[in-house]
Design a protein around this ligand. Structure first.
Ligand SMILES: Nc1nc2c(ncn2[C@@H]2O[C@H](COP(=O)(O)OP(=O)(O)OP(=O)(O)O)[C@@H](O)[C@H]2O)c(=O)[nH]1
Ligand SMILES: [Mg+2]
Length: 1021
């Protein structure tokens, strides 16, 4: 969603009165009113676009909020405007009726929620407290409370009468755009830019579930009337339907061709309506999730996130019409909508992902081949991964519908270098087969535990919406001789790790293959997997993309791919929407891991597994670094001067460069690597690939706390090293394979030492220099603990405090310390040193000024450092592909300021076109623009206190109209010192502008980035 996109201003005239009659769109099959809907009435009156509408509980009235700052109340029957609620000092974004119809709540950019008497329009309350825009409001079903979601990332729950805040729901990592109460009032759902939906206990504010799955911001959430389901609308162009109890994702609705802005259920639960930026409202039949109607409703310039509403009890729908300036009331013919076959056929499918994991050379690829119907053939070690179709069939659903069930088999390379990388591919797995080699000379079962833990950890990261996963244990290459492990040990392992079954196989001889294939098939619980509703066109595009992939196409621009699609055998005739549909499909296929859009140059990588092979080669190269420091200069990396198996190397240098940049971006994003400046330029450091051992182990001086945990150790350790280095609490001093030493900003040393106890289980010892303050120790430990809680298996983490005599450094036994503490003593005498008392106080007890640990701050600082490193890499890609994001138009005297902002944009990975916009003497401004326009995605017009210089109004208008033709956002930017758009440029006010209070105004920069990319940075400050 880009709030800055220009849809108006096709011609230069100054803005006119918004109440004008809108032109009736020409009727084409796309814009015609679909059968089953009758337009009853259109309500007009707001002075600007409408953002939100709500029906009163008796269906008699409609409330609407608008950019004009007012809430209006209308009689549904007559269309008469009965009230105009004034008081908000900024745009109104959301409205809600109380369940008894007596009150209306509204949320606004003025950071308040107001409560109004619905009959008289009297303002009853003004609820303050949110630290930023209020984006959504909802009444509890008993009318006693109001929940509001805000840009500040919180949901606040307040008493509707007194305004007293009763709960503050914290957890989202970005603005909260959607909030809803469950019909029984027990739960609150919220959706955020952080891509999650969360469920909270309405009484206590406890977060009960985190629903993961969306790949874009969540703009709106709605419960079904029976409370069983929850729907969410997202910038990823899908609607998802979740089981409200369990958080399981039930359905994924594809079809919209742009961001989906709002969802709501009809009063009887039979329909779900969704509104999208693609200028349509779609009605879906619940349960079967078929589109039963598609209404053409072009949107306005701005976001409208609660812009559809059903009558609570009658078949009536209201939408926003005339580019969000009017309210349209529709009568629905439910018999027709629900009874007749849908006008556009919906394609139903379900995907299942089956993975083969295990150590290198255990026989995964051999199995993969024969399981997918290929002949057995000897294979080399895999680089990256293979993805095969294991099974694809159509199933009758009984009600005339048919579903395609497709199972993909992923064979992940097992070499150690991939362990870090594969952790990223273990999501949404329905069945995992962990493979081991019967005849391994060492311990054949060693890798099994590792992969089991890695899978469990990946499940955990997917929150409460993780799929239930079945696990099979598979012994491969059994033809090579008797299994070197006793049946008893295998049985114990199967029980211990909760495998669903055990198989002995030989791909070569075909032993056990049919049984394993049948077991894999049976293990898929199709009903538990999200059902996808999609369109035939999307299926055609997807099939084309997969064909291109199969044919070995590697890297292509979206344009080239699209052109190839148009020429392909099954391509439909080109329409205005086809390109948008194609782009949407690219995203949908990407979300299955089958291709990757690069963050620069409009490129699509059709073989994303190539990223894995390069990543693994790089990780190995770092490990082989002669000094054992796990690092490698950026320059060498970007030029591909590290060892890669010959058959894996891309033949073409330019393509390789782009691939490497994308690969580094991934590694930085996942914090597998640190980017640091050394004397001779930036370096990449892989903490997990250090080979040097920590010399002071096993007894580092100042041992204080030991954590014991299970999980993917290399990942946990390297991300901890990376994040601590960027936490702002301390800076990195030295790294070893198994230890890291930091210096706290306020002085004092802190260290971690890792000891692997067995595969997947480790001990992490924290130690401190004598000069480390209590507060530093406390925060350091808190940070490590939080990190482990996030990344290790939570029920495996234990903590032990070590008490050491300050004089002789001999530790006190755990039992002794515990006994003393149980006896109520906070000290113990040293056994060795006469008269020395050892304090037994721990953690908070020792920190006198018990300040809340600044974990959130440290986290933010680590996130920022990561994002900067990622941005620097993305900029490399943008430079290599001459990919500019924004044309920075400005007047020469403002250049220093504009350059300053340009620099800040670069730090965030946005590539500005700044050096080329200088208008050489004698050249028409128009010509320069002509050069720039094809190369940029958006334009920012900087207005300083000296005005616009050469920017003459006519030219500016011409420029803007060109942007309109290209559907390119234009963002007027007011530089510091300018408080308003100058009079003679008043027409710029039609556009949404950004104002910098000072050059380091972070909010303004976020807004500008939002305008440029269409994606809100989603971060709160
Ligand atoms: N005797 C015998 N050899 C096999 C069988 N399956 C695979 N192999 C051979 O064993 C070696 C390793 O097998 P792969 O399937 O490539 O091993 P992998 O688990 O995919 O290993 P990575 O790709 O490195 O993770 C290869 O030389 C295969 O040809 C089998 O059933 N019997
Ligand atoms: Mg293999």
């Amino acid at each position: 969603m880009n709030p800055y996109s220009v849809f108006l201003l096709e011609q230069p005239p100054l803005p006119t009165d918004a109440t004008m009659e809108a032109t009736v769109p020409e009727t084409s099959p796309d814009t015609a009113i679909p059968p089953g809907l009758t337009l009853r009435r259109t309500l007009r009156g707001h002075d600007d676009e409408i953002t939100s509408i709500a029906f009163s509980p008796d269906g008699g009235r409609i409330a609407s909020g608008s950019w004009d700052g007012t809430v209006r109340v209308w009689e549904a029957d007559t269309g008469r405007q009965v009230l105009r609620l004034e008081g908000h000092e900024d745009w109104v974004r959301s409205v809600a009726f109380s369940p008894d119809g007596g009150r209306i709540a509204s949320g606004s950019d003025d950071r308040t929620v107001r409560v109004w008497e619905a009959d008289t329009g009297r303002q009853m309350a003004r609820l303050e407290g949110h630290e930023h825009l209020v984006l959504s409001v909802a009444f509890s079903p008993d009318g006693g409370r109001i929940a509001s979601g805000s840009w500040d990332g919180t949901v606040r729950v307040r008493e509707a009468d007194t305004g007293r805040q009763v709960l503050r729901l914290e957890g989202h990592e970005g603005p909260v755009w959607g909030v809803a109460f469950s019909p029984d009032g027990d739960r609150i759902a919220s959706g955020s830019v952080d891509r999650t939906v969360r469920l909270w206990e309405a009484d206590t504010g406890r977060q009960v579930a985190r629903l993961e799955g969306h790949e874009g911001p969540v703009w709106s959430v709605a419960f079904s009337p029976d409370g069983a389901h929850l729907a969410s609308a997202s910038g990823d162009r899908t609607v998802r339907v979740w089981e409200a109890d369990t958080g399981r994702q039930m359905a994924r609705l594809e079809g919209h061709e742009d961001e989906v802005w709002s969802v709501t259920f009809s009063g009887d639960g039979s329909l779900l309506a969704s509104k999208s930026k693609d200028n349509t409202v779609r009605l879906w039949r619940t349960g079967t999730w078929e589109v039963v109607a598609r209404v053409y409703e072009p949107t306005g310039k701005h976001l409208s996130l609660s812009a559809i509403a059903f009558h609570p009890s009658s078949p009536v729908l209201v939408t926003l019409g005339e580019e969000d300036t009017a309210i349209r009331i529709w009568d629905l013919d439910l018999d027709l909508l629900l009874g007749a076959p849908p006008p556009v056929p919906t394609v139903h499918y379900t995907n299942a992902k089956v993975i083969l994991v295990g150590d290198a050379t255990v026989g995964k690829t051999g199995l993969g081949l024969v399981l997918t119907g290929h002949e057995y053939a000897p294979t080399d070690s895999t680089h990256g991964r293979n993805v095969w179709t294991f099974d694809s069939r159509k199933v009758e659903l009984g009600d005339g519908r048919e579903e395609t069930r497709e199972t993909l088999l992923w064979d992940l390379a097992g070499q150690p270098g991939y362990r870090l990388v594969h952790q990223l591919h273990l999501d949404e797995v329905a069945v995992a087969a962990i493979v081991f080699d019967a005849r391994s000379e060492t311990d054949p079962l060693a890798g099994v535990r590792y992969w089991d833990r890695a899978l469990r950890q990946a499940q955990r990261l997917q929150g409460d919406s993780a799929l239930p996963m079945k696990k099979l244990l598979v012994c491969a290459r059994a033809d090579r001789g008797r299994v070197a492990v006793s049946p008893g040990r295998i049985k114990a392992l199967v029980q211990d790790l909760g495998f669903d079954a055990y198989f002995e196989t030989s791909a070569k001889e075909g032993w056990g293959i049919a049984e394993l294939a049948a077991a894999l098939r049976d293990a898929i619980d199709w009903d538990s997997l999200p059902k996808v509703s999609s369109t035939e066109l999307f299926q055609t595009i997807k099939a084309f993309l997969l064909d291109e992939k199969q044919a070995g196409r590697l890297l292509s621009t979206v344009d080239d791919l699209y052109r190839a699609f148009l020429k392909s055998a099954n391509a439909p005739a080109e329409t205005d929407d086809l390109r948008a549909q194609f782009d949407t499909c690219l995203r949908l296929v990407e979300s299955r891991g089958l291709l990757r859009r690069l963050s620069f140059g409009d490129f699509v990588l059709l073989q994303p597994e190539r990223l894995d092979s390069y990543a693994s080669a790089l990780i190995n190269a770092a490990r082989d670094e002669p000094q054992g420091l796990g690092c490698i200069p950026e320059e060498i990396v970007l030029e591909g001067r590290f060892r890669i198996p010959k058959e894996e190397r891309l033949p073409e240098a330019q393509q390789e460069k782009l691939l490497i940049i994308a690969m580094v971006e991934d590694l930085l994003r996942h914090e597998v690597v640190l980017r640091e400046y050394a004397d001779d330029g930036p370096l990449f450091i892989f903490p997990s690939q250090f080979t040097r051992d920590y010399p002071d182990a096993p007894e580092p001086h100042g041992k204080a706390v030991i954590f014991d945990f299970e999980g993917p150790i290399a990942n946990i350790y390297s991300t901890l090293c990376v994040r601590l280095a960027h936490s702002g609490l301390c800076s990195k001093k030295e790294l070893w394979r198994n230890a890291a030493l930091y210096t706290a900003q306020v002085g004092g040393e802190c260290g971690i030492w890792l000891r692997e106890i067995e595969e997947g289980r480790a001990e992490l010892t924290l130690f401190f220099g004598d000069d480390a303050s209590e507060e530093t120790r406390f925060q350091f430990e808190e940070y490590v603990r939080t990190h482990l809680q996030r990344r290790a298996l939570p029920d495996t983490i234990t903590r032990r405090r070590i008490f050491v005599c300050p004089s002789c450094e001999i530790p006190i036994s755990d039992a002794a310390a515990q006994r003393r503490r149980e006896d109520g003593r906070d000290w113990i005498a040293c056994n060795v040193c006469e008269g020395v008392r050892i304090s037994l106080l721990d953690r908070e007890e020792r920190v006198r000024a018990a300040r809340v640990p600044a974990i959130a701050e440290m986290d933010r600082s680590a996130d920022t450092a990561r994002d900067r490193a990622v941005a620097a890499t993305v900029m490399e890609g943008k430079e290599a592909t001459q990919d500019f994001d924004v044309f920075m138009a400005h007047h020469t005297p403002d250049k220093p300021k504009v350059e300053d902002i340009a620099g800040r944009l670069k730090d965030r990975g946005i590539n500005p076109w700044i050096d080329k916009e200088q208008i050489p003497p004698g050249r028409w401004f128009q010509d320069v623009i002509q050069d720039a326009i094809p190369n940029v995605e958006s334009a920012a017009i900087f207005i300083g206190d000296t005005g616009l210089g050469k920017w003459e109004i006519v030219e500016l208008r011409a420029f803007i109209s060109q942007c309109v033709d290209k559907d390119m956002p234009v963002i007027p930017v007011l530089l510091p010192g300018v408080t308003d758009v100058p009079k003679r440029l008043l027409f710029l006010k039609e556009l949404r502008w950004v104002r910098f209070e000072s050059l380091d105004d972070g909010d303004a920069l976020d807004e500008l980035i939002w305008g440029i990319t269409g994606e809100h940075p989603g971060r709160m400050r």
